[in-house]
Design a binder for this molecule. Structure first.
Ligand code: C5P
Length: 225
C-alpha cells in the first residue's frame, strides 16, 4: 500500500500542531511532530552543555546521531515523550526549549542527522507531518501540502493561553518577543528556511476558528487523492 503524506508547515502558534493532530485522527494516519525532534535535540545539547559558543560541532553531531528518543502514543492523553528514558513531555514545550531547538535547527549537519528519522515516520496507511520544512525538504513529493500562518499577535495570544492551560505563568510581551526572534531565525536561516512550498495551500488562520480551518483542509486533502 502506498503511503499518503500530508505536510503542514508554518510558524509556531499558527495552530498547525492542533490541526495536524486532528487530521491524523480524521484519516487514521501516523503523526510526525518534527518540532519535538528539534526540541529533544536542543534539550539534549543543553543538558550536555553543548550550546555554549563556540559550538563543538563533532560533539553535537555525535549527540544527534545517538539520540535515544521514544514516542509513546497513549489513548486520549496524547503522546508521552522520553529522552534517554526520562519523561520530558511537558519540559520540551517550554519557550526555553523552543529557543534551544531553533539554535540547533540552523546547523545543516544536525538537520541532516534528523532527516532520516523523520522520513521513517512515513508508514502505511499515511502520515501527517508537522514542521517548518516538511513540504519543502523532508517530503517534497507529498501529494497534499499546507502552509498555515497567522499574525504574530494572534499566535502569541494562542501560545499564552496554551501555556496557561498547562499551568505555566506566561506574559504576552515576552512571548511575542520570543516568537518574533524565533520566526526571524527560522525564516532567515540558509538551510531549510521556513517558507511555503511552491505547491502548498496557504491559509492565514488569524481570524478563523480551528473548525473552520479544519473543514478547509479536509476539503483540500480529499481533492488531492
Ligand atoms: O514546532 P516547534 O515550535 O515545536 O519547533 C521548535 C523549533 O524547531 C522551531 O522554532 C524551529 O527552529 C525548529 N524546527 C525546524 N524544522 C522543523 C520543525 C521545527 O527547524 N521541521
Amino acid at each position: 500500500m502506498s503511503v499518503f503524506v500530508i505536510t503542514i508547515d508554518g510558524p509556531s502558534g499558527s495552530g498547525k500542531g492542533t490541526l495536524a493532530g486532528k487530521l491524523a485522527r480524521h484519516y487514521g494516519y501516523h503523526f510526525l511532530d518534527s518540532g519535538a525532534l528539534y526540541r529533544l535535540l536542543g534539550l539534549a545539547a543543553y543538558q550536555a552543555d553543548l550550546l555554549q559558543e563556540p559550538l563543538n560541532l563533532p560533539a553535537l553531531e555525535h549527540l544527534a546521531a545517538s539520540l535515544d528518543i521514544q514516542f509513546i502514543v497513549q489513548d486520549n492523553q496524547g503522546t508521552q515523550i522520553l529522552l534517554n528514558g526520562q519523561d520530558v513531555t511537558d519540559q520540551i514545550r517550554t519557550e526555553e526549549v523552543g529557543s534551544m531547538a531553533s539554535k540547533v535547527a540552523v546547523i545543516p549537519s544536525l538537520r541532516e542527522a534528523l532527516f532520516k528519522r523523520q522520513r521513517d515516520f512515513a508508514r502505511a496507511p499515511g502520515l501527517v507531518a508537522d514542521g517548518r520544512d516538511m513540504g519543502t525538504v523532508v517530503f517534497p513529493d507529498a501529494p497534499a501540502k499546507i502552509y498555515l500562518t497567522a499574525s504574530a499577535e494572534a499566535r502569541a495570544g494562542r501560545r499564552v493561553k496554551q501555556l496557561q492551560d498547562m499551568g505555566v505563568d506566561a506574559k504576552i510581551d515576552a512571548i511575542l518577543a520570543d516568537l518574533q526572534t524565533r520566526d526571524k531565525r527560522d525564516m532567515e536561516r540558509t538551510v531549510a528556511p521556513l517558507k511555503p512550498a511552491h505547491d502548498a495551500l496557504v491559509i492565514d488562520s488569524s481570524v478563523l476558528t480551528i473548525d473552520q480551518v479544519l473543514k478547509t483542509l479536509i476539503d483540500y486533502i480529499d481533492s488531492r487523492y
